[in-house]
Design a protein around this ligand. Structure first.
Ligand SMILES: Nc1ncnc2c1ncn2[C@@H]1O[C@H](COP(=O)(O)OP(=O)(O)OP(=O)(O)O)[C@@H](O)[C@H]1O
Ligand SMILES: [Mg+2]
Length: 296
């Protein structure tokens, strides 16, 4: 397998210092702040997005940090999926103001595949079926696309190596191996579609992943399985934004931060307890505090 040094990177905490070991640069001890300098956060500033004539995101600020699990919650229609599609560069969503920075680079002019090659991944709320393309072929094509973007000379992952990789990922997610030979999402149950999204994520190893309601429609065992799959991906080099309506998934993947969206903006941020508070009290207190419509 091609060396993927970042895979081997790991970090241990020593009081205020982080020991951060990367085989390609040897070993170094950095204070937390310095070590953060090397990370690829996705920084969203004052983002305004319109669909047709309608403005949906209205000055959204949010930083999706690498190495952290973040949850994004908010009532139906508050703009969560719009944010996810905009981050991936969906052509229907027009950015009229603001910026999205990744690795210090403004990515707004990049096509969706270029954003994916940089290490940004979106698990869709409604994954589409691709009849005629197997899960295995789809994943191998995607993986080879990533490899070629990094090295134009790359000849693609050898098939035996890819099979080994895919089998390991499927075992890790407790998926039946027959999954790989099926057409992507074609006739998949709701839960199987969500697992296929997690399998893609695990195979492509993004730096930042956005999961749009990956937990909805899952039975209790599948939810735990998917959540544990995400938890297993936790590393200093993986950051995830879990878009969800329910606290349940957060019992299995404890978030480092919870953000709440309302009317196209992130209005409140806090720790894991914020999700519990929402579960208990609903969104009324958020609307009273922040709704422009009520205020107007
Ligand atoms: N392509 C589109 N065409 C027209 N309106 C759109 C489009 N995409 C989003 N909208 C509108 O933007 C608003 C926000 O939608 P979005 O799907 O982002 O909400 P959401 O927070 O993901 O909601 P949910 O929790 O129901 O998934 C909604 O009023 C929606 O109707
Ligand atoms: Mg949505």
């Amino acid at each position: 397998m091609r060396p993927r040094a970042h895979l081997h990177a790991f970090r241990a905490q020593f009081s205020s210092f982080s020991l951060y070991i990367r085989p390609e640069i040897g070993m170094a001890i950095f204070p937390e702040g310095v070590y953060k300098f090397f990370m690829s956060d996705l920084i969203i500033r004052n983002l305004h997005v319109s669909v047709g004539e309608t403005e949906i995101l209205k000055g959204l600020d949010l930083t999706i940090e690498q190495g952290k699990v973040q949850a994004l919650m908010g009532p139906n229609g508050s703009g969560k999926s719009t944010l996810a599609y905009t981050l991936m560069g969906h052509p229907n969503y027009e950015v009229t103001a603001g910026e999205i920075l990744f690795d210090g680079q403004n990515i707004l002019d990049l096509a969706p595949d270029e954003r994916s090659h940089l290490g940004i991944f979106l698990a869709f709320q409604y994954p589409v079926a691709i009849p005629g393309v197997t899960v295995a072929n789809f994943l191998r094509t995607a993986l080879n696309g990533h490899r070629k973007a990094k090295d134009p000379e790359d000849k693609g992952i050898p098939i035996p190596e890819f099979r080994k990789l895919l089998t390991a990922k499927m075992d890790h997610l407790q998926m039946d191996h027959s999954f790989a030979a099926r057409y992507l999402n074609d006739g998949f149950s709701g839960g199987e579609k969500k697992r296929a999204e997690i399998l893609q994520m695990a195979t492509l190893e993004p730096k930042i992943a956005i999961m749009d309601e990956t937990d909805s429609g899952l039975d209790i065992d599948a939810l735990r399985n998917v959540a544990e799959g995400v938890d297993a991906l936790r590393s200093p080099e993986f950051g995830v934004l879990i878009i969800t309506h329910y606290q349940r998934i957060l019992n299995y993947v404890k978030p480092d931060a919870v953000h709440i969206m309302l009317e196209g903006r992130v209005v409140e941020s806090g720790g894991a307890d914020l999700a519990l508070k929402l579960e208990e009290r609903g969104y009324d207190w958020i609307r009273e505090k922040y709704s422009q419509k009520v205020a107007a």
